[in-house]
Design a protein around this ligand. Structure first.
Ligand code: ADP
Ligand code: MG
Length: 261
């Protein structure tokens, strides 16, 4: 897949928290319909990078182009305003490790909140969209349930449906299966896999190595705030070059009790 005409291009993104330079100039271009997984040790900056892509964090330097949105960061640049951020976040959906559903609203109301509040979609139309999306994530029968009645895997699928309700151009997934009991992981991965097959552009931070190898076009390895290696999924995971990636994958396979592929 070529990134000649990327839907998302992040260039030289830098982010520090105090003295802690977390992102030391990270670049990534993603083609429409491409799936890129980001792997790397805890603390390497994966979440911070994803959060910079929808400006939950404002980088101190670099450039970001996503669809019709374009931002430059730096001392002389204006910080994006609320309205600009809201427009960006319509087009860039994000799903987190913890689902953040509204506990006192039904599943369907959680899903349609964005289109109704942000896009002023008519309630009836939003409900139809919401029911379609719940069917898509295998939860057609849960529309009127409350989040507390759902399993973690079901809640995470609601969170995915809620992000999809904005009809984003790009979806960001930050370790969406890490908080789940092992037996619930596969139902969420199945939804992500289905989105990939439908051509959704996605960036996934994940520790599910086999899934990343299988579902992604490319895999990037982040280490100490840089994109230390990036390439075709099979190459990065099965023929790692960077010594830190080799060590990371070995540690991973030891912990998981799996043989290096
Ligand atoms: P990863 O997702 O790869 O585990 P993170 O991006 O969450 O890594 O964190 C990278 C580093 O940035 C860590 O040292 C973390 O403590 C720091 N960090 C992340 N968010 C903040 C924040 N809001 N304030 C201060 N430090 C942060
Ligand atoms: Mg993280």
């Amino acid at each position: 897949m070529t990134q000649a005409n990327p839907i998302l291009a992040a260039k030289n993104i830098q982010k520090a928290f105090g003295d802690n330079q977390v992102l030391k100039g990270v670049s990534l271009a993603v083609a429409r319909g491409e799936v890129v997984s980001l792997i790397g040790a805890s603390g390497s900056g994966k979440s911070t990078f994803l959060r910079c892509l929808n400006l939950l964090e404002t980088p101190q330097a670099g450039e970001l182009a996503i669809g019709r949105h374009h931002f430059e960061f730096g001392k002389d640049q204006r910080v994006p305003g609320k309205a600009q951020l809201a427009l960006l976040r319509r087009d860039v959906g994000m799903v987190f490790q913890h689902f953040n559903l509204f506990p006192h609203r039904s599943v369907l109301d959680n899903v349609i909140e964005g289109p109704v509040q942000v896009k002023n979609m008519a309630k009836a139309e939003a409900k139809e969209l919401g029911r379609d999306l719940l069917a898509k994530v295998g939860l057609a029968d849960k529309a009127d349930s409350f989040p507390s009645r759902l399993s973690g895997g079901q809640k995470q699928r609601v969170a995915i449906a809620r992000a999809l309700a904005m009809k984003p151009d790009v979806m960001l997934f930050d370790e969406v299966t890490s908080a789940l009991d092992p037996e619930l992981v596969s139902e969420v991965l199945a939804v992500v896999r289905n989105l990939a097959s439908e051509g959704m552009t996605m960036i996934l931070v994940t520790h599910e190595m086999a899934f990343a190898a299988d579902v992604s076009n490319r895999v990037g390895f982040m280490s100490e705030g840089v994109m230390a290696e990036i390439g075709a999924a099979a190459d990065v995971i099965r023929k790692p070059q960077n010594p830190r990636l080799v060590a990371f994958l070995n540690r991973f396979h030891q912990q998981a009790g799996t043989a290096p592929a």
